[in-house]
Write a protein that binds this ligand. Structure first.
Ligand SMILES: [Zn+2]
Length: 452
């Protein structure tokens, strides 16, 4: 006897299509998939007529710990569940990863109601020297290098060892890790001051000035260098949070002539927001929001498969950090809860992006890229990580309903269609009829996703 059946929904199969059917769950896994007309019996049945049943989202890009460090796993995982996100990958950075990682994993296992994995942020020679060791010990196969923190910009943040040599060493080490992939933040931070100085002097304090101080070609230049190094070092490279049409074009051209794997991640805000957004400096983020033409190009990348994953770059800080002006405001904002509704509204409804593409970039492709076994697809034997979406529910985004530590959202007040009504993590109800469950609130059971 099955534990639970999601009955008669529109099953969204990543990269394949949408078919009517039912999903049976037992012991936290998908145990049966029935075609339309077939009936599955279980202890509990949820009627999913006129609803979409999608694989739970896997957010590949979050910063758990940037809000209230100790409590973030608790609050942000709940916010994720509201948005249909059933797994997340978060960046972990510390002077010595060997010492800090066990504690951080324990923190997540105690507090998170969804499953989680780590990317290691690499900022020093010690990190590179211990990369293979830490990768094996903690089951981490993805690493991030922050070209934004080179030179003077890095020194201001306490990083003194980030340069192209460190990047290249990372590539050489990471390729020794089975499934290893290096993600790179691409912005040419040495050129930024050329633009920033005059903009500040001119008294600019608008969001568009943030784009002008780090224009698209500074991202594209870094992208170009990184993927060229990746080819020479024979290491898979992942361009994280790609923001510009110019950067996308560089990767498209590279793929014509090189065979080394280059994947691209973008974020919901680069698809759905521009530098002219009414949110103003609250929407300051690195890389900056661009123009509508960039959104258009990135959506085409999602449609044709050039863009492989879409994340939130969730940063759960308080609104008070968004000041006193553009230059002093913190970068980044929360996005876990609104990731899927934004993609549905702007992608599916406005641009006709097929649902199976949206599912691919938010689940299956993430699972494949990062080696998350049993995740990312509606398939027998997989973890029962599922989200039931009501495509017709129209809701105005209100940060107060998103359960994050942060007390704002850059998309406050937007009307979005398509919100999760049920979220299941390994068969456990986290969201039921649109509300966080007792289990999500009081009995978090998220697991650490060991990879490799
Ligand atoms: Zn970054």
């Amino acid at each position: 006897m099955l534990d639970l059946v999601l009955a008669g929904g529109e099953l969204v199969l990543p990269d394949t299509g949408v078919v009517r059917g039912s999903v049976g769950i037992k012991d936290g896994r998908i145990a049966a998939i029935a075609e339309a007309g077939e009936t599955l019996t279980a202890a509990e049945t949820i009627d999913c007529r006129d609803k979409w049943v999608m694989p739970g989202l896997i957010d590949p890009h979050t910063h758990i710990g940037f809000g209230a460090k100790e409590l973030d796993f608790e609050t942000e995982a709940r916010s994720a569940a509201i948005g249909g996100v059933t797994s997340l990958l978060t960046f972990h950075r510390s002077p010595d990863l060997r010492q800090s990682t066990p504690e951080w994993i324990a923190e997540g296992e105690t507090r998170s109601c969804i499953d989680f994995g780590l990317h290691f942020g690499l900022t020093s020679k010690l990190h590179i020297d211990t990369l293979v060791e830490t990768a094996q010990r903690f089951g981490v196969t993805s690493f991030k290098v922050y070209l934004m923190y080179k030179g003077a910009a890095g020194a201001a943040k306490g990083f003194t060892e980030i340069d192209d040599g460190l990047l290249y060493r990372t590539l050489l080490q990471a390729r020794q890790v089975p499934g290893g992939v290096v993600g790179v933040h691409c912005e040419n931070v040495e050129v930024i001051p050329v633009f920033r100085g005059p903009l500040k002097e001119a008294g600019r304090d608008d969001l568009a000035a943030w784009d002008e101080q780090s224009p698209d070609f500074l991202e594209a230049e870094n992208v170009s260098r990184v993927i060229y190094f990746g080819a020479k070092a024979e290491c898979p490279v992942n361009i994280v949070h790609l923001s510009s049409a110019e950067g996308l074009e560089i990767v498209r051209r590279h793929r014509l002539f090189h065979r080394n794997p280059v994947t691209i991640e973008t974020c919901a805000h680069y698809l759905c927001m521009t530098r002219d957004d009414p949110a103003g400096i609250v929407a300051k983020v690195n890389p900056p929001l661009r123009r509508k033409a960039d959104c258009d190009a990135l959506w085409e990348g999602v449609r044709d498969g050039a863009i492989v994953t879409v994340g939130s770059d969730h940063v759960p800080r308080k609104r008070a950090t968004k000041g006193p002006d553009l230059w002093g405001a913190s970068a980044g904002f929360p996005g876990l809860a609104t990731l899927l509704p934004l993609l549905i509204e702007d992608g599916y409804y406005d641009r006709g992006i097929p649902l199976e593409r949206i599912a691919a970039v938010t689940s299956l492709n993430v699972a494949k890229l990062y080696g998350l076994r049993g995740k990312g697809a509606i398939a027998v034997g997989n973890d029962a990580d599922l989200v039931v979406v009501d495509p017709h529910t129209i809701r105005m985004v209100d940060h107060a309903e998103l359960a994050s530590h942060s007390d704002y959202t850059p998309v406050q007040g937007r009307m979005l269609r398509g919100w999760p009504v049920h979220t299941l993590s390994r068969g456990r109800h986290l969201l039921a009829d649109g509300h966080l469950t007792e289990a999500a609130l009081t009995a978090p059971a998220g697991r650490y996703l060991r990879r490799g």
